[in-house]
Design a protein around this ligand. Sequence first.
Ligand code: UDP
Ligand code: MG
Length: 149
Amino acid sequence: MEQTFIMIKPDGVQRGLIGEIIKRLEQKGFNLIAMKTMNVSRELAEKHYDVHRDKPFFSNLVEFIISAPVVAMVWEGEGIVAATRKMVGETNPLNAEPGTIRGDYGISIGRNLIHASDAVETAQREIALWFEQGELTSWQGALQNWIYE
Ligand code: UDP
Ligand code: MG
């Protein structure tokens, strides 16, 4: 089953949106298979955002991610990488559609609440970066047949 890495950024935590974000993913039918609240080290933040290392916003982004706790999660489900990117919405919350997390709750690009892996290979890299193999659970929801045909 496809997995993705989701992180509620410090602004999402501070604004009390942990429950709302989890609720959306849970009610969609996806399975939460790992979750932890954590203070992110500079090293981890820089590795996570390595692809943006040369961008002008890189240092602000890293400083922000390490500034207060985040909630790191792994979620599982069919087509979850593409589906969660849609549920998260565009990077700039002012361009994100209403009904998306960023569209409903954000305004600034540097305070866009949540990270979601952008491709299956990215998800695999990010899950391995943030979690030990033993931290991932595996379970079949009792409603599986009511969610999947
Ligand atoms: N970001 C920013 N300024 C920009 C572009 C991106 O502060 O001009 C931040 C923003 O928080 C974004 C993160 O850098 O979520 C990673 O950028 P990416 O393009 O990967 O966006 P995402 O995949 O999160 O939508
Ligand atoms: Mg990205």
